[in-house]
Design a protein around this ligand. Structure first.
Ligand SMILES: [Ca+2]
Ligand SMILES: [Ca+2]
Length: 119
């Protein structure tokens, strides 16, 4: 009988621990396809010097526009829906841009002619 109670208590503890582990994993935000698409649109709109990344001043403009409600594309990055883009949310945006950039780079590599074999 005591053993049964111990097992039940053990299972209850596992039940308490497992969900908290799962939510900890979820905090490492995975990028959604929407975020990658939005990042692309935002880069096209805010990359003023067209260097392929959002520089601090470009991010600042995006944050200002988003707070003013004139950058609806960025809403997918406003995870906590407070109508502002904080550092964490900007980091997610940058991550989405990097994810896209990697793909782009791979494409460029594919397009490049194969190096001639050494003779
Ligand atoms: Ca830029
Ligand atoms: Ca926010």
């Amino acid at each position: 009988m005591k053993k049964t109670i111990a097992i039940i208590i053990g299972l209850c503890c596992l039940g308490l621990i497992a969900p908290s582990l799962a939510s900890a994993k979820e905090k490492k935000a995975k990028l959604t396809p929407e975020q990658v698409t939005a990042a692309k649109a935002l880069l096209a709109k805010y990359d003023a010097n067209t260097n392929g990344i959002l520089d601090p001043e470009e991010i600042a403009k995006l944050q200002k526009d988003f707070a003013a409600g004139s950058a609806p594309d960025a809403a997918v990055f406003d995870v906590n829906s407070d109508k502002t883009l904080d550092d964490t949310e900007i980091a997610t945006l940058q991550k989405a841009l990097t994810a896209k950039g990697k793909k782009h780079k791979k494409k460029a590599d594919d397009a490049a002619p194969a190096p001639a074999p050494a003779q």
